[in-house]
Design a protein around this ligand. Sequence first.
Ligand SMILES: Cc1cc2nc3c(=O)[nH]c(=O)nc-3n(C[C@H](O)[C@H](O)[C@H](O)COP(=O)(O)O)c2cc1C
Length: 395
Amino acid sequence: MKILLLMSGSIACAKATQLLSSWRKAGHEVRVATTSSVSHFVGAATLEGLSGAPLFDDTFAGGQAMEHITLAQWADVLVVCPASANLLARFAHGVSDDAVSTLWQAAWGRGIPLVVVPAMNGHMWAYPATQANVAQLQSWGVHVLPTAEGELACGETGQGRMLEPADIEARVAALMQDTTGRTGRRILITGGGTREPIDAVRYIGNHSSGRTAAELAEALNALGHEVTWLGGAGAQQPGSGVALAHYTSFKDLESQLQDLLAAQDYDAVIHAAAVSDFSVSQGGGSEKLPSGEVLSLMLTPNPKLLPQLRSWSRNKALCVVGFKLTVGADQAAVEQAVARVFAAGDTDLVVHNDLHEIRPEAHSFTLYREAGQPASIADRQALAQALSGYLEEIA
Ligand SMILES: Cc1cc2nc3c(=O)[nH]c(=O)nc-3n(C[C@H](O)[C@H](O)[C@H](O)COP(=O)(O)O)c2cc1C
């Protein structure tokens, strides 16, 4: 395995050298890049000696002008260890002013796992900006390893202590084992419900929990796909390994779908969000409407998003999967409802479910293609497998 080790200024640099040494003994190739502070904790000679390769610590060093690109192209995995509070902030805010932060950005979007191993004093770890930066990186799909609780180098105790080298090594190995079966297919999943603003504080919402989209996102990630979840406010979120984005209203969802689909080549979009059919005319604004008075709202119909997704997509071969929820419909009504979705155009698959058949412990579906027999699907896990199988089939 080709490991790119990015280090920043922390006492835990000593532990990172143990990790480096252990990786080399296990037969991995390791290249090291450091921030300027690292030289106060561990010398270049030690890092070059242990890695058996030149250190990258200066973006502008003679003969290394393109090193930030060539190293990013070379690596199978990038591990930032130790990650200082300062470095987390620079990553989260797009600063690229030295070898490490420039290399980090150059490695972005190449399909290699990006792992961050924080190390710092407990108060620094608890600082709101640091926590917000960690959350930001996680929402982009970065694997941020936890910190341990215990005695810190400064003599205080608390959270923020870097994991032990053996633990980090095991976690990176497990992650790489997971990623050997990656398909490289990108899937965008919408979930949860829209909130249509009435005034500055009120909205019209729906009962969608977002559970199906969250569990599908996790299952498709486990099946090796690169998954982005675009979820409504308050919707159930998928766990680690899935990139997260959020929307609130219909308009917000529409514009984020346009942006995401134009920015990347997705192979499939699974549109499971419960989208309001109406928005409030002149809703929102900065005022709170007075209470205790009759209130008339004008609702204007929203256009259907599903038939437009492919036209917004950079990848015109995008597979489009829609959801149709009915309430106590008989078979004929279900088939008509599904036929209407296909008739609206540009949809490959429709997943049907009926509100009366949804229980917390069991949620079955029927998967429709425009032509051919519908397939009964027992649960969300089986739905993920069926959708993944369809992507294989059309690839
Ligand atoms: C002895 C010592 C230990 C430090 N340990 C940490 C640490 O574990 N985590 C951290 O975020 N900062 C730590 N710092 C502070 C950082 O080194 C400092 O914020 C530095 O500017 C980080 O720069 P860099 O992110 O470019 O490496 C330490 C500083 C000293 C003097």
